[in-house]
Design a protein around this ligand. Structure first.
Ligand SMILES: [Zn+2]
Length: 169
């Protein structure tokens, strides 16, 4: 039996377990009450709720595990990518270094060209002073080329040291 009070007139009521959770008119005031759950139904409801909660927790845990696996994989990929980039950078040249090398090459070509032209002019006009000028042009251009090559080497060296330090982290 289920015992409860009428929500409208407050009279004590008693009804069969079969009416658990259903609607029933109060025999005293005639207004309709929702009958409380029987002990059996209450226990059943609690068990169902517990099972549902357990399932929900399990699903959450599975989701978390999947998320952690994904994050670990992402981190691994990122580390691999970083390693690949560092290696590439160590092997190849940056655009600045390439530009310095090209400028050095251009200086040598221009110096040799200038010297050849000046020597030609010196021979044509029989002016040995132009030959001295050719030597100076050649020397100046070689000096600049050496400076640019040196700058390129210093940059590369610094980059390698930085890579080694970062790679050791
Ligand atoms: Zn009543």
């Amino acid at each position: 039996m289920i015992r409860y009070k009428c929500a409208h007139c407050g009279v004590e009521l008693e009804t069969d377990d079969l009416l658990s959770g259903k609607q029933e008119p109060c025999p005293d005031c005639g207004k309709v009450n929702v009958v409380p759950l029987s002990k059996h139904d209450l226990a059943k409801q609690k068990t169902e709720q517990k099972a549902k909660q357990k399932e929900k927790l399990q699903q959450e845990r599975l989701r978390e595990e999947a998320e952690q696996r994904k994050q670990a994989l992402d981190a691994q990929h990122a580390a691999e990518e970083r390693g690949r980039l560092a290696k590439e950078e160590q092997l190849g040249m940056t655009s600045t270094e390439e530009a310095l090398g090209i400028i050095a090459g251009i200086y040598i070509i221009l110096g040799v060209l200038g010297a050849v032209i000046l020597i030609g002019v010196a021979a044509h006009y029989e002016q040995p002073l132009y030959g001295l000028g050719a030597l100076m042009v050649l020397a100046t251009s070689v000096l600049w080329a050496v400076l640019f090559f040196a700058a390129q080497c210093v940059l590369q060296y610094l980059r390698r040291i930085t890579n080694v330090i970062e790679g050791g982290k």
